[in-house]
Design a protein around this ligand. Structure first.
Ligand code: GUN
Length: 298
């Protein structure tokens, strides 16, 4: 009787470590700019309302700015602010020469249109990479500011030497922030064959099971179970859902879309949540801010 072949052990994709490497590279670039009397990158962050998760993300972004020596400005507004007033503040930041890049933290209150707000951001200061211009620039030969989360994912694949060319990448979730631009990057830059699944996809598992690289950005904890994953697949979990419960030390925890415990037993490479893609989004934001600064003040 032959013994069953043990699959895995998987390689954990350590986004925390890679993001620290990138932050060290950025700190060095800032130190060189300082020495050469060049402008220090300045990131402005606009936060509307007091959503707990957004507050945590923004705190982490401020911490990251401090750690690499960037200047930063935090702008907070009550969730009752009108869209018109917020637009005026965005105009002000657009025209403030000292600010190299800025972000408007999402989600916004329901009475404010994310699309109209995003359209208002100057594309050369759009360090989240959310504007139509930067979205479209994914398919240009010289992209400037890449959508931050997908850029972080591509960087993880690159730094772990995970080949994408000719592979079947299945992206679950077609959001403007993550799934849609990621699928374009995997095609254009990664030369992968890409399938995009979304909320209208029928029989999701029939697609995910054929993925060499499975990437999920939905926001539904436990969506991807082991039976949906091919043996040896690379699994990238972009989902971040704040789940509350007395079993968590802080009263809440961040959960991905993937059932990590069981899926990891089939994966060749897998990202944890937290500590996988999340820290990379912030590293990309810093990298975009440095690029925006270099473009404006070479
Ligand atoms: N909300 C959740 N993720 C993000 C992000 O990457 N950028 C912004 N601006 N808001 C977010």
């Amino acid at each position: 009787m032959s013994a069953e072949v043990a699959q895995s052990p998987y390689t954990l994709i350590d986004g925390k470590k890679i993001s620290t490497d990138i932050k060290n590279e950025i700190s060095e670039a800032v130190a060189i700019r300082k020495k050469e009397n060049k402008k220090i990158p300045h990131l402005a962050i606009i936060l509307v309302g007091d959503d707990g998760a957004s507050q945590t993300y923004v705190d982490n972004k401020v911490k990251a700015c401090k750690s690499v020596g960037f200047h930063y400005t935090m702008m907070r507004f009550a969730d009752t602010i009108s869209e018109e007033k917020l637009m005026k503040h965005i105009d002000h930041v657009n025209n403030d020469d000292d600010v190299d890049g800025f972000i408007v933290q999402l989600p916004l209150p329901e009475h404010i249109s994310v699309e109209r707000i995003t359209d208002k951001i100057r594309s050369d200061k759009d360090v989240d990479g959310f504007t139509n211009h930067n979205f479209g620039s994914i398919i240009s030969k010289k992209p400037l500011l890449m959508p931050a989360t997908p850029f972080g994912v591509m960087e993880l694949l690159r730094r772990y030497n995970i080949p994408t060319e000719g592979k079947h990448a299945v992206v679950v979730g077609a959001s403007r922030i993550a799934g849609a631009p990621l699928s374009m990057m995997l095609t254009e830059q990664g030369h992968a064959t890409v399938t995009i699944c979304h909320k209208y996809t029928k029989d999701l598992a029939s697609f995910t099971r054929s993925a060499d690289i499975l990437l999920t950005a939905v926001g539904k904890p436990g969506l991807i179970t082991a039976d949906m994953v091919k043996e040896g697949a690379v699994v990238i979990d972009i989902g971040t859902t704040r789940v509350e419960g007395p079993e968590y030390a802080k009263g809440w925890a961040i959960k991905g879309d993937v059932d990590f415990k069981n899926v990891s037993q089939k994966a060749s490479f897998i990202t944890p949540v937290p500590g996988g893609v999340g820290p990379m989004t912030i590293a990309s934001l810093l990298l975009n801010t440095l690029r925006a600064t270099e473009a404006r003040n070479p």
